[in-house]
Design a protein around this ligand. Structure first.
Ligand SMILES: [Zn+2]
Length: 160
């Protein structure tokens, strides 16, 4: 029985106790999240943008899921960051959330060598660190603690 004060997540259609990958995409992003489900059960959510209403839907979807669910967020930076913050409120751990920017907004890349962050405007697999000029490969791991995507030295093996 559903209580009237706790309506089901509008349009999410997510089964209670879902344990799989929830792929939430914002705006006109295509199926970039497709590759990340890795054969696990997958549930797609599509939103126009991150606003109080859609974030509320996302929270209720996450609230129905078991511990162990993975969340993939795809879309413009501002939307997926807002969604990631909502996921954090629901208790999802940083490593349980994958952010896939559609490249339309700037990305902030953290350099593990000099601990300076570099902002890149275009979608690019690599960026030169503003601090130490190391060529950083950009991962899709966003650290909320640092507020940036983690970079790593792209040519570490070649350096001697
Ligand atoms: Zn650096």
């Amino acid at each position: 029985m559903r209580s009237a004060s706790m309506p089901p997540a509008a349009g999410t259609g997510l089964e209670p106790g879902f344990r799989g990958v929830i792929c939430a995409s914002f705006g006109s992003t295509g199926d970039t999240a497709e590759q990340h489900s890795g054969g696990r059960p997958r549930h797609d959510l599509r939103f126009e943008s991150a606003n109080p209403e859609t974030l509320s839907d996302l929270r209720s979807a996450l609230g129905r899921s078991h511990v162990g669910v993975r969340l993939v967020l795809a879309g413009p930076q501002s939307d997926i960051r807002a969604a990631a913050a909502a996921a954090a409120e629901c208790g999802l751990l940083e490593e349980e959330v994958i952010l896939l920017s559609d490249g339309m907004g700037p990305s902030v890349i953290y350099c593990p060598h000099c601990r300076i962050t570099t902002t890149v405007r275009a979608a690019s697999p690599e960026v030169a660190c503003q601090g130490c000029a190391t060529t950083l490969a950009i991962t899709d791991h966003f650290s909320r603690r640092i507020g940036a995507y983690l970079g790593y030295s792209a040519h570490a093996e070649e350096a001697s």
